[in-house]
Design a protein around this ligand. Structure first.
Ligand code: ADP
Ligand code: F6P
Length: 322
């Protein structure tokens, strides 16, 4: 028989992302609706090991849905990969009467959740990252806000780039994945979109493209470069030398991770947070909540981590035509 869940914890882990607060609020309120006590665990797995716990009442999550970042704080905790540390964390949960935990983070954080589940603490993962690089889900909490923030910033750089008839290379985040670059590249009307999944490192093609566009009378040439390719500043220097056209690099950086979440991120994070609390209370463990083919579903963590996903070939091809 599944163990009775009377008290749950919630933590955020890995890089923060806009919408995490909406998810925390939904986990807490739905758990309370299910007559569960809720413990906010500060600073991810680090805080769990340091017993940084605080009971959360409904009022403690009031007024946070519109806030960027995470009210619980987040941290990386490399030692959580060690078996004894995982055992210690599970013992701490038992000592405090924490029957289950919702972990909001990326796939690294899911592995931590999986370990806790193995040691007898029920866990549910929620996909929190701006990178959209979690393979089991079509949506991750924070991606929508991040691409909107980046898109607005890129529009601004494009204005000045056109006025000065310059070429601009704008580097966006995404770790090893090109989703942010592809979305912004299409949404900002970039002339070139460089993503790690497709880039062939043939800079001459970019140089030729810039020269052709200039001959056609285009006043700007916008290149969106993904962080996974990087080196935007040196690329700008080489392109300027090869084309004779002033070229500037802008690295957008951490601004993409902050700010008030969009409606989509607030809505999806709320539904996913409530879903996580519901299945945790039902006694499920070692699951992640995903959005797949237009539906919110839960999957076994093992199965979720084994999945693969790729940038759509069709969408990438279209980005090259536009
Ligand atoms: P993300 O969750 O965004 O992918 P990380 O990969 O940095 O970010 O992982 C966040 C945290 O999850 C790590 O600092 C660590 O505490 C935990 N973690 C990552 N990988 C593992 C693993 N293999 N086993 C247990 N815990 C892990
Ligand atoms: O995963 C989110 C992200 O912002 C990535 O896009 C980026 O590569 C990474 O985190 C940066 O991490 P850190 O905060 O450790 O510098």
């Amino acid at each position: 028989m599944a163990k009775e869940i009377r008290q749950i914890g919630v933590l955020t882990s890995g890089g923060d992302s806009p919408g995490m607060n909406a998810a925390i609020r939904a986990v807490a309120r739905e758990a309370m609706h299910n007559k569960c006590k809720v413990i906010g665990i500060q600073r991810g797995y680090k805080g769990l090991l340091n017993e940084e716990f605080k009971e959360m009442k409904s009022v403690d999550v009031a007024g946070i849905i519109q806030m960027g970042g995470t009210i619980l704080g987040t941290a990386r905790c490399p030692e959580f990969k060690e078996e004894e540390v995982q055992q210690k964390a599970a013992d701490i949960c038992r000592k405090h009467g924490i029957d289950g935990i919702v972990v909001i983070g990326g796939d690294g954080s899911y592995r931590g959740a999986q370990a806790l589940s193995r040691h007898g603490v029920n866990t549910i993962g929620l996909p929190g990252t701006i990178d959209l690089d979690i393979t089991c889900t079509d949506y991750t909490i924070g991606f929508d806000t991040a691409v909107n923030t980046a898109m607005e910033a890129i529009d601004k750089v494009k204005d000045t780039s056109s006025s000065h008839e310059r070429c601009s290379i704008i580097e966006v985040m995404g770790r090893h994945a090109g989703y942010i670059a592809l979305w912004c590249g299409i949404a900002n009307g970039a002339e070139d979109i460089l993503i790690p999944e497709k880039y062939d490192y043939d800079e001459q093609k970019i140089v030729d493209h810039i020269i052709i566009n200039r001959r056609l009378g285009k006043k700007h040439h916008l290149i969106i470069n993904a962080e996974g390719i990087g080196h935007s500043t040196s690329m700008a220097r080489r392109i300027e030398a090869a084309t004779g056209i002033e070229t500037r690099a802008t690295i957008l950086g951490y601004m993409q991770r902050g700010g008030s979440p969009t409606c989509k991120d607030r809505y999806y994070a709320s539904i996913m947070g409530a879903y996580a609390a519901d299945i945790l209370v039902q006694g499920k463990t070692n699951r992640v909540v995903c959005y797949r083919n237009g539906q919110f579903v839960d999957l076994d963590i093992e199965e979720a981590l084994a999945m693969t996903k790729n940038i759509s070939e069709y969408e990438y091809q279209i980005s090259q035509h536009l």
